[in-house]
Write a protein that binds this ligand. Structure first.
Ligand code: FAD
Length: 614
């Protein structure tokens, strides 16, 4: 969606939100930096930014990475994205390539920039001279597909001394088709307000979005201000200079100063949206937002309710109708998006007919699959030597002490809290949990932890439990489930349904091949019942391949990091992974009685009387 439309929608509703905000991220230098940044962007999604933007390196260095990040932000993270595009030293073919890739990713917002000239003082050899040339080119060749933003400088641009000329050039950029303005960072609010007055007077009437640079350390604050050639108001210096050696105090005081500045901007009437230069960091920006109480205010606001679906909806145009996903990839959105990227159609409303016949191969290398570099994988999870050590890693994750696992992209969700003690107990007894969800019965769609979908609806879930069980206990487990089901009477539809499969694909199940079990659904006023999460056989088998592969890839990744890891430990770990893959069976259980409590599945496993791991 276009930024202008999003801003309009947000601010023209019957009860306009306090002030909306967005975040700028720059392209990191290393691939691990990119993965880490995705995790950060993923977390910052929960703050409800209206959009995020990704910078472009002038001259097109690492341009493909900008495009790739725009694709991931849109498709996998579901973040409305604005792509920066500079035109200095850029041939028109490169500009076209970048715009086409953005277009294909569903990105509808471009910040059209000139970029800084080459550092060696040489003349640009590109096909464009100023940002205005790029704006005209985009409008001519792409019509109104893109919303175009332009850069502006409330305190002037270093290359132009005449402020009237700078204003005139900005007006020309706006008249050529710009839809919004994002400013250079600044701290002098009075100057900004009088600059806005001038813009409005000369007929610039598009949204003016102030660029806000939070203060994290004194040195960075001074360096950035000097580099951008902006004025630092005396009261900033008076407050920060005496505490400049203490980063914590600087960040606290900086938060006060920047928040006061934001309040003044909002109260000026020229601003209803703040754009934060995050510098790829989270803390300082979040502190400002919290100080301004914007996160809570936006969350409780009627137009930004809960998420549309229980999983993150992709903004890729081809996936726009996707409304169903298998539960197995609940914690692995990157691999799910990647392996279904080539589907012609995405399931919508019903899983069966519109589903592509096959899940694509996982076209991801080991560290992409694990989403960690070898070094980081080693730091995070070490080299477990025994089943007990493996279970301790999972327990640490469930307790919130580890932010990811080889098979879980992010931290454990709040919704797991209801069953976390039982999950920990299972792991202690050698049932290695992979994924789960508690049962829910008619929880309000606005509920902060479990809610999703339109207002005034109710959401439901069946309890789901996925884990690895030693092959010696499988028979007993299935007998217990069968006995439980027979006790409940109806032999045609089992209360507890299951699929268990080993590495080679030997499958047992009490479901029919064509069964599709909706394990999450929602009932909303004036709408058909939505059933966005399912369990079924074909996708489970594809998931089985992925999850067993994860163990061998984990082992490979650690083997490639022998520098720090001790050779004996690496051997022990490799052997653990190999026996684990051979001896452990992937199981999933669904308790179809969603008004039952959350203990039935755990009790059945507890009844196997398996000893605690030692
Ligand atoms: P322009 O609007 O083309 O202006 C450049 C200079 O030329 C100015 O001095 C202007 O006054 C002058 N000028 C404009 N039109 C004319 C004309 N017709 N005749 C004579 N002079 C003229 N840089 C990056 O490399 N990557 C990024 O991702 C990036 N993101 C940015 C985001 C924001 C919000 C801002 C404010 C800046 C960003 N920059 C980025 C920096 C930016 O590229 C530089 O500041 C650059 O020097 C100017 O870009 P511009 O788009 O404002 O250029």
């Amino acid at each position: 969606m276009k930024i202008s439309d999003k801003l309009n929608q947000a601010h023209s509703s019957t009860r306009p939100p306090p002030a909306t905000f967005s975040f700028e991220f720059f392209v990191p230098k290393t691939s691990q930096g990119v993965q880490n940044l995705y995790d950060r962007m993923d977390r910052m999604y929960d703050l409800n930014p209206i959009f995020i933007d990704i910078t472009w390196n002038a001259g097109g260095r690492s341009s493909s990475l900008t495009n790739e990040m725009v694709y991931t932000a849109q498709s996998t993270l579901g973040l409305e994205t604005c792509m920066h595009l500079t035109c200095t030293n850029m041939k028109v073919e490169l500009i076209d390539e970048a715009l086409k890739k953005a277009y294909k990713s569903g990105c509808q917002n471009i910040l059209a920039l000139r970029g800084d000239p080459p550092l060696d003082g040489s003349e640009s050899t590109g096909d464009f001279k100023y940002a205005i040339d790029l704006i005209k080119y985009i409008r001519k060749n792409y019509g109104n597909h893109f919303n175009i933003g332009v850069a502006a400088y409330p305190e002037g641009h270093p290359e132009e001394e005449d402020a009237t000329k700078t204003l005139q050039y900005l007006k020309e950029k706006c008249d050529s088709g710009a839809d919004f303005i994002i400013t250079q960072m600044f701290y002098d609010v009075d100057n900004f307000i009088s600059w806005c007055e001038k813009l409005r007077k000369i007929g610039i009437d598009i949204p003016i979005i102030p660029g806000i640079m939070p203060i994290s350390t004194y040195a960075a604050f001074i360096r950035r201000a000097n580099w951008s050639e902006i004025k630092i108001p005396q009261h900033f210096l008076d407050a920060l200079e005496p505490i400049k050696e203490d980063d914590f105090l600087v960040r606290d005081k900086g938060t006060d100063l920047v928040s006061e500045m934001c309040l003044k901007l909002i109260n000026s009437g020229y601003v209803n949206h703040l754009h934060f230069y995050t510098m790829n960091l989270e803390k300082a920006t979040v502190m400002c937002l919290e100080k301004l109480n914007l996160v809570e205010a936006i969350k409780s606001h009627e137009i930004v309710g809960t998420t549309e679906l229980p999983w993150r909806k992709s903004l890729h145009p081809e996936r726009s109708k996707e409304s169903i996903r298998p539960i197995f990839w609940q914690n692995r959105k990157y691999s799910y998006i990647s392996r279904t990227a080539t589907w012609d159609e995405f399931p919508n409303g019903r899983w069966g007919d519109s589903r592509s016949p096959a899940f694509g191969d996982i076209d991801l290398c080991a560290s992409e699959l694990l989403r960690q570099s070898p070094k980081r994988a080693f730091e995070l999870w070490g080299t477990p030597q025994t089943l007990k050590e493996l279970s301790e890693i999972i327990i640490s994750y469930l307790r919130g002490n580890l932010k990811s696992l080889p098979w879980s992209d992010g931290a454990v969700g709040d919704d797991t809290r209801v069953i976390v003690d039982n999950l920990i107990e299972l792991n202690r007894h050698g049932f290695f949990t992979m994924n789960s969800q508690p049962a829910l019965n008619a929880i309000k769609s606005s509920d902060k932890t479990f809610g999703w979908g339109p207002k005034n609806g109710y959401v439901y879930q069946k309890q789901y439990l996925e884990f690895f069980c030693h092959k010696d206990y499988i028979c007993n487990l299935l007998n217990k489930i069968d006995a439980f089901n027979s006790k409940q009477g109806d032999s045609t539809s089992a209360i507890i349904s299951y699929y268990v499969v080993d590495k080679d694909g030997n499958l047992s199940s009490n479901c029919q091949d064509e069964d599709i079990n909706a394990v999450t659904w929602g009932v909303f006023p004036g709408e058909e019942i939505l059933q966005p999460t399912i369990v079924e056989k074909t996708s489970f088998l594809a998931w089985k391949d992925e999850v067993y592969r994860l163990f061998s890839e984990w082992s490979k990744v650690i083997n490639s990091h022998l520098v720090e890891a001790d050779e004996e430990k690496v051997k022990g770990f490799t052997s653990l992974m190999s026996t684990f893959s051979n001896d452990y069976i992937l199981c999933n259980l669904v308790n179809n009685d969603f008004i039952d409590n959350n203990y039935t599945l755990f009790n059945i496993i507890r009844d196997l009387n398996v000893k605690e791991l030692v």
